[in-house]
Write a protein that binds this ligand. Structure first.
Ligand SMILES: Cc1ncc(COP(=O)(O)O)c(C=O)c1O
Length: 394
């Protein structure tokens, strides 16, 4: 049966291909040290599992969540969290939408705003969903390069006048996948002003907001900026904060107009989040302060070990400030693809070529600190030794 032309406009999800490559290697008896997909290897906290089990036993949670926006208990927990963590006031009635993770919200917000031919400003490199959803809606993605010399922040001044005037939406993602950068509050202030001036909606993907290493780098919410709610919606997720990627739960917060638009799009596609899961998510957010430091300390140990190892091989790299990714420049004479291929073939080390994230990702590979199996630091040390033995250095 012939499939829709629309489907031909989007590629297969890249990580499914990487997962398939790894499975083929394992079938051949080779198990690479896996710095590939960013998926927390630590378990969901027991108190969250307990909250889900208890909530699932209550038949009240078994029906559709007819609120459309999320249960009052979950929305209240989100508003409390936003106040404690970012000092931001969000109204549970109208400024919050429960979501099936950040990805679902990022997809549906594009469907809510973008018509064929509309321009969307998309960072490059970036999480693939921004560009793919734009083209699925018939929109035109205009790339905003993220360069190391700009702290991996889009240079607003460099966006051509025509693109600013045409753009209806801008995606941002801080803490950033794949670069590990964070956005200072002053940057969000400039972006907010820019969005007001050129009348566009800012979609800030905050999926990694709690994965950071130093309190000095604690990520901000764009909603901390006065007037941001008029132009911004921010996507949050429990996936990375609480090791809950498979649970599929998050939220959007922002101005009521943007939340309403998202809600209208998504409620016609999904029917909300299992109410027992919303109760468990509320329980997680209520105990955020207790749990997050352990998670952050574990990634800090891994980051420091990997950065020390790469530096010992001559790699000119600074420690990332947030997210659980190391964005390493490739040695001279290599492309991101050739280097990733060499690492896999000669060193049994799986990394993602930066070009997967866009043209400006060329020259880098991404290494995720979410490492499966026992002895994480041992595996990091082994990967560095394999690279040294394989003659890979910068
Ligand atoms: C930048 C970014 N945003 C969103 C997501 C998806 O998060 P969720 O599991 O909440 O859908 C990911 C997942 O890797 C990501 O890297």
């Amino acid at each position: 049966m012939e499939q829709a032309q629309r489907l031909q406009r989007i590629p297969p999800y890249p990580f499914l291909e990487i997962a398939a490559l790894k499975s083929r290697m394992i079938a051949e008896g080779r198990e690479p040290i896996d710095f590939g997909i960013g998926d927390p290897d630590m378990p969901t906290p027991q108190f969250v599992i307990d909250a889900l089990c208890e909530a699932a036993r209550d038949p009240e949670t078994h029906r559709y969540d007819e609120s459309g926006f999320g249960t009052p208990g979950y929305k209240r927990a989100i508003a409390d969290f936003a106040k404690r963590r970012f000092g931001v006031e969000v109204n549970p009635d109208g400024e919050i939408q429960s979501t099936i993770g950040a990805k679902e919200a990022l997809a549906h917000i594009v469907w809510a705003y973008i018509d064929p031919g509309d321009v969307v400003l998309v960072p490059d490199p970036a999480y693939s969903v921004f560009k793919v959803q734009t083209s699925w809606c018939g929109g035109a993605a205009f790339p905003m390069p993220l360069a190391p010399e700009n702290g991996f922040l889009p240079d607003l001044e460099a966006i051509p006048k025509a693109a600013r005037q045409q753009a209806k939406m801008m995606f941002l993602n801080y803490p950033n996948n794949p670069t590990g950068a964070v956005a200072p509050l002053e940057y969000y202030e400039r972006v907010t002003e820019f969005a007001h001036e050129y009348e566009m909606v800012i979609v800030q993907d905050a999926a990694y907001s709690e994965v950071y290493y130093d309190t000095a780098d604690r990520p901000h919410s764009i909603l901390e900026v006065e007037g941001a709610k008029d132009v911004a919606i921010e996507m949050h997720s429990l996936s990375k904060t609480f090791n809950m990627t498979g649970w599929r739960v998050g939220w959007a917060m922002g101005g009521a107009e943007h939340i309403k638009a998202l809600s209208r799009a998504k409620s016609n596609v999904d029917s909300g989040t299992f109410m027992a899961l919303q109760r468990a998510a509320a329980a997680a957010l209520e105990r955020y302060e207790e749990f997050a430091p352990q998670m952050q300390a574990e990634y800090r140990r891994r980051r420091d070990a990997l950065i020390d190892g790469l530096q010992s091989l001559g790699c000119p790299i600074e420690p990332p400030r947030a997210a659980f990714y190391v964005w390493a420049p490739v040695p001279d004479g290599e492309t991101s693809e050739s280097f990733a291929t060499k690492l896999l073939a000669d060193c049994e080390v799986l990394v993602i070529p930066g070009a997967v994230y866009g043209a400006c990702g060329e020259g880098f590979v991404r290494m995720s600190l979410t490492i499966k199996g026992e002895d994480k630091l041992g595996q990091i040390g082994q990967a560095i030794e394999n690279m040294r033995d394989g003659g890979l250095c910068w």
